[in-house]
Design a protein around this ligand. Sequence first.
Ligand SMILES: *[C@@H]1O[C@H](CO)[C@@H](O)[C@H](O)[C@H]1NC(C)=O
Ligand SMILES: *[C@@H]1O[C@H](CO)[C@@H](O)[C@H](O)[C@H]1NC(C)=O
Ligand SMILES: *[C@@H]1O[C@H](CO)[C@@H](O)[C@H](O)[C@H]1NC(C)=O
Ligand SMILES: *[C@@H]1O[C@H](CO)[C@@H](O)[C@H](O)[C@H]1NC(C)=O
Ligand SMILES: [Zn+2]
Length: 456
Amino acid sequence: MMMVGCVNAFFVLVALLLAYVVHNHPSVREYWQLDNRPPVAVNCSFMQLHRNVTLPTLPDDLEALPWRCGLQEVTTTTTTTTTTTESSPNRLRVFVFTQPDGTWCWSNAGVIVYDDEILHIVDTLTDEHLTNHFIEAIQKQIVVVSTKKKRRMTPQWIFLTHGDIDHVYGLAAMRRSFVGFRGILAHQSTLDTMAKNPPPKKLAQSVMRARLVWSFFSDKNDSMSLHPWIKRLLSYGTPHVLQGYAVRFLGNLRAMQFFSPFDFDNTADVPTKDVIAFDERERHVSLSGGGGGGGNDAIMKIVHVSGTHSYGDVFLHLPSANLVFAGDLLFIGVSPIMWTGPARKFKAALHMLLATNATTFVPGHGPVCGRRGVELSLAYWDFVEAGVRQCVADGVSESRACASRLFDRLPSPWNAWLGAERVFINVDVEMNGPVVDVARKFALIGAQGEHGLLDT
Ligand SMILES: *[C@@H]1O[C@H](CO)[C@@H](O)[C@H](O)[C@H]1NC(C)=O
Ligand SMILES: *[C@@H]1O[C@H](CO)[C@@H](O)[C@H](O)[C@H]1NC(C)=O
Ligand SMILES: *[C@@H]1O[C@H](CO)[C@@H](O)[C@H](O)[C@H]1NC(C)=O
Ligand SMILES: *[C@@H]1O[C@H](CO)[C@@H](O)[C@H](O)[C@H]1NC(C)=O
Ligand SMILES: [Zn+2]
């Protein structure tokens, strides 16, 4: 009797394990193998531990600019060719600083240069090491480009697309390097988010503790994987209930490793008192530095949207460059995330991006894209919205269960994008409403660490 019970338990355990493993293996990666192009390796030496990243190959109609590390000019092909004479400077030039592979905290930032003279920054990256590298790139590449005019660049504004740490933790470094800034301009909700962010040094401590504990369980050859023995023990030798707890505990530890390539310890507190917050839905800013000067080519529209990635999301529209800085309204090559939602509102915001008629979009993570990138993002939220509606109709009311179902059915291209398991966050927000407190946010990030934990 005892024996039969054991055997049954064994089979149940194996079945559960199989179900678990199968469900964590959708047809991942098939997407970019379809067109027979190998993943691209990029050299990001300044990104230190994260320097050797392998990127999914994106469809040809998606990338407007190669997905490289560091600073690139976006506007060369569109505006510079026609306006390079001495008498007519390139009124508006836009540069982006991108950090493949765009996963947790590998965010983009931007530089807007007016008349080869006035400089504005969009977002500030995740830690001061990266921000200093960004600043150095600005000084080397942009200032040198414009010294033919022997003018001094005058930094003016830092614009923030939203308040998440990977866009604001570099503020102090930026402030320090560019004295004489006019100010940091952000939406009131962004300022509120920033006030709730943990101080960088506190986050550094949490990451360090998690790294220490994780090191007992992790594979020395692959820091993001469990040690093979622990994996085996968890897979075959652990009662189901315990396995659930263990997976959750280890998943949380593993998720904290997303943050371990960053130098939060040497990152100063964000100077929130310097932020000029605005509350209107749309604000127009003159990029020419003066009150009103510069004409239409120097106007930037900052549009606040809500119910999207986070509470303070704005997009920055440069009509004369046909360009939009979309912040984290757009993720390309890496799964989108929604902390506020619902998908219906996120889609409305993406429709607003398209309605600008811009042709170039700078995402918060991933390569610069054209309109196709926005359309793809819209289709992703369509999928999430419709999938959750179907879950509810089918009585699958628990968010994890619904998310598993959507994860299994996630179509191409998103099943091949990095962090496809973020659909678990997106479904949770779609079902249970916005993430307001940091604890729930970290719990949802922690759950990301569980995916693939027991894969071999
Ligand atoms: C990566 O880039 C750095 C700096 O740009 C360079 O010094 C280094 O040689 C490059 N490494 C490889 C493997 O190409
Ligand atoms: C990255 O790649 C370079 C050259 O391929 C190699 O020398 C280096 O050890 C790698 N670094 C890491 C951190 O994997
Ligand atoms: C690490 O890799 C080496 C060589 O491939 C192997 O002999 C060793 O068992 C691996 N260690 C672990 C903990 O997986
Ligand atoms: C975008 O283009 C459409 C069609 O040409 C036009 O009706 C609309 O006014 C344009 N929108 C903007 C913001 O220019
Ligand atoms: Zn981000």
